[in-house]
Design a protein around this ligand. Structure first.
Ligand code: LLP
Length: 380
């Protein structure tokens, strides 16, 4: 499907983020059509993209909100998510953030340590409330993705490890202001090998037995997010295979009668609908390399610099035989490189160049380094 451009794209100042809301709608519908019949609830991970028009559509499609900061909780509530559909996760929640979420009476806190559980109990008590909690466990399952976005190995800072779990659950009887309502795991992001989720299901089944043997009942299981997207050939797969993903949990999770299953998808819902649009400022040749210097850089899209991640680069202004370019940004860092030896048609100053699949972890991770302006968002 060709990229949907705004009518005035040729004259619009660059760089900007372009969002295709029709594609977003179709993606959300596909996810819901795969999740609902299996009675699986999706909480959208706001960290992937928290723009208001995006959140409005996510909410209209019946998703909840998975938040990792007090400001995300506030943004979700402002966007109209009901407090009973809001979850607050994160390895380092401040007292002020916890207090705001308690006051809003959100549905659940995903708690990552014994110390956090004790603090939450104290703060909830001071507000005369009882906080619902899910314990985030570190299942030690390898997501087989980039090590910066692997979160479920015992070497990672996330979750409660098996050696500490008994000590944490032993605290619960003495904490009257917290109520255990489930368990939570999240092992990483951009997972393209679906067998990883099968392993995760087996592990969650074991963990559930661990709790049951100790007399705990778990009203819900939250298996986190992480479904990957096709960065290499976005047009081949604009909408991820949600059927294949959800059917794994349907088949393999040993769900108890009446138990809810939650997932927290971010990237797979919003990545493909976003594109970073930029212009070529200059061409420059060194002895070995032809550089195309864009007016967008790592301040707009940091993923290539941070994770060596691939975004498909296309020149919308030119056609014809291809040459190889190193496509770079204007920032004073050599890591400000979007791609090396990228085949593009002959490229010249002023050409519009786009970076595809930038809807997730793009705009939200923008910075003002070099005192640059933040790129605006445009919706079609
Ligand atoms: N739940 C938890 C607890 C998470 O930590 C994350 C993502 C998600 C859900 C959503 O995962 P998703 O479905 O989007 O994979 N900035 C990195 C990705 C960081 C992901 C952090 N956690 C990137 O650009 O690749």
């Amino acid at each position: 499907m060709p990229l949907q451009l705004p009518p005035d794209f040729a004259t619009r100042p660059t760089p900007f983020y372009l969002y295709d809301l029709d594609l977003l709608r179709r993606t959300l519908r596909a996810a819901q059509q795969a999740a609902q019949p299996r009675d699986i609830h999706v909480h959208y991970a706001l960290k992937a993209n928290a723009n208001e028009p995006v959140l409005a559509l996510v909410r209209e499609h019946g998703f909840g909100a998975d938040c990792v900061s007090g400001n995300e909780v506030q943004r979700a509530l402002e966007a109209g998510f009901a407090p009973e559909h809001v979850v607050f996760a994160g390895v380092g929640k401040s007292d002020a953030e916890i207090n705001r979420a308690l006051a809003a009476d959100i549905w659940c806190f995903n708690v990552e340590s014994g110390e956090e559980l004790v603090v939450l109990n104290e703060l909830a008590g001071a507000q005369n409330r009882k906080a619902r909690v899910a314990l985030r466990l570190n299942p030690n399952v390898d997501a087989r993705t980039h090590h910066y976005i692997t979160t479920g190995l015992s070497a990672n800072k996330f979750g409660i490890g098996m050696p500490e779990l008994a000590a944490v659950t032993d605290l619960l009887p003495a904490l009257p202001h917290v109520e255990l309502v489930g368990l939570h795991v999240h092992i990483g992001s951009q997972i393209t090998d679906l067998a990883v989720f099968e392993t995760l299901c087996h592990r969650v089944n074991e963990l559930q037995l661990w709790f049951e043997h100790r007399g705990f009942v778990l009203p819900h299981l939250n298996v986190g997010g992480g479904l990957g997207v096709n960065y290499q050939q976005p047009d081949e797969q604009l909408i991820p295979d949600f059927e294949a993903y959800f059917s794994i949990f349907e088949r393999l999770l040993k769900r108890r009668l009446g138990q809810q299953v939650h997932v927290e998808l971010g990237r797979s819902l919003v990545a493909q609908c976003g594109t970073l649009v930029s212009r070529v400022l200059y061409l420059k040749e060194s002895q070995q390399t032809r550089f195309a210097i864009l007016d967008a850089g790592l301040t707009e899209l940091i993923r290539p610099a941070l994770y060596q991640s691939f975004h498909l680069i296309e020149n919308l202004s030119s056609q014809g035989p291809e040459q190889l370019y190193d496509v770079v940004g204007p920032i004073c860092e050599s890591s400000d490189t979007f791609g090396r030896q990228v085949p593009l048609p002959e490229t010249k100053r002023g050409d519009l160049v786009v970076l595809r699949t930038a809807g997730a972890y793009g705009e939200v991770m923008a910075s003002r380094y070099n005192l640059r302006d933040l790129a605006p968002a445009v919706y079609v």
